[in-house]
Design a protein around this ligand. Structure first.
Ligand code: TXA
Ligand code: MG
Length: 318
């Protein structure tokens, strides 16, 4: 159910939840200080309570209410990246409920770069929790129609158009004075962060999954997703499994030389991220058995995208 900004505001004010646009993915919003409303967010998402939420703010000055012992380099990161797709994990104050942080002593905070959501937070005059507006473990929505197909048409959605970034924010642990650590890669890379913070940034283990079945499936599209490293391997899979109906997502343009439906993916990470989830979403209505993807290259600027594809996938296929 599409709602306007004033209705979205009234919904949050009375302790209900509303889906909201951000530049990354749509979120399911509630006031950060309303435990009852936050409970509803967990229950609508069917998300276990041990998964903490990101608090979204509209003013830097609100940070003091939410966190403490902020390392000096954090100011430079905020100056450069906010509003934008960078979430900072900082030590929390007593005002942040344990329900938000899943009993941890830290809180995740970001300032989203979407004019409608920022305006909504300003009018509410209160920080807002907003996990991605999808059922637990499923693909995050990047358009209002994805929210409705995932959570049902009764969920109120503030329509802010398609998300411009398209994958979830980079999450950076920023509690240590001398180093940072990426907990979830995104479109903002390790090198981007180091160049601004001037302290070393530890990246997640590069190994990710190398064998199927060893990872926790997350960001999962409705159709099973398989990956190959190269275009040649992808062509081999099509030849070996003629009876499986694949939806192919690759860099290579087949120019109508194959019969399965296929999409030629953009070769810049920014444009790729913008369309990735909507292609997964649209595979739902195609008459296919599975999605088959050629992986983007193992280079730093693709880490956020590779992370989502690996976590959503059932692994490599031959
Ligand atoms: O782009 C985004 O970050 C989107 C938009 C809506 O802002 N939000 C989002 O929220 O992706 P969610 O809840 O789907 O993912 C948040 C992630 C979870 O994996 C959670 O475990 C982690 O952030 N997180 C939250 N608080 C944390 C904390 N204190 N320490 C470590 N991880 C935390
Ligand atoms: Mg999520």
């Amino acid at each position: 159910m599409i709602v306007n900004l004033d209705t979205a505001l009234a919904i949050l004010q009375r302790g209900e939840t509303c889906a909201v646009p951000t530049e990354t993915v749509y979120g399911l919003a509630a006031r950060y200080d309303d435990e009852h409303a936050i409970q509803k967010v967990f229950s609508i998402k069917q998300r276990p309570l041990d998964h903490p939420l990101i608090v979204h703010i509209a003013h830097r000055k609100w940070l003091g209410e939410l966190c403490t012992d902020i390392p000096a380099y954090v100011n430079a990161l905020i100056e450069h990246f906010w509003p934008g797709p960078l979430t900072l994990i900082l030590n929390k104050t007593a005002r942040v409920s344990h329900l938000v942080t899943a009993n941890q002593s830290t809180v995740a905070i970001r300032m989203p770069d979407h004019p409608d959501f920022l305006q909504l937070i300003r009018k509410l005059n209160c920080p807002v929790v907003a996990p991605s507006a999808n059922r637990f473990c499923q693909t995050s929505p990047t358009q209002p129609s994805h929210v409705e197909s995932g959570l049902g048409t009764n969920i109120p959605v503030l329509d802010g158009g398609p998300c411009s970034v398209g994958i979830e924010s980079t999450i950076l642990l920023a509690t240590n004075q001398n180093t940072t650590e990426i907990l979830r890669p995104g479109i903002i890379s390790t090198a981007d962060i180091e160049s601004i913070s001037k302290v070393p940034c530890i990246t997640q283990s590069k190994s990710n999954i190398k064998t199927p079945g060893k990872h926790k499936v997350h960001y999962q599209p409705k159709k099973p997703l398989f990956v190959t490293n190269t275009m040649q391997e992808l062509s081999n899979v099509l030849a070996r499994h003629p009876d499986t109906r694949y939806y192919v997502m690759s860099f290579f343009d087949f120019n109508d030389t194959i019969s399965p439906p296929y999409t030629v993916m953009p070769d810049s990470p920014e444009q790729y991220a913008q369309v990735l989830y909507s292609h997964w979403q649209s595979s739902t209505i195609l008459e296919v058995d599975a999605i088959l993807m050629e992986l983007p290259p193992d280079r730093p600027e693709w880490q956020g995208i590779r992370d989502r594809i690996f976590k959503a996938s059932h692994g490599f296929i031959e």
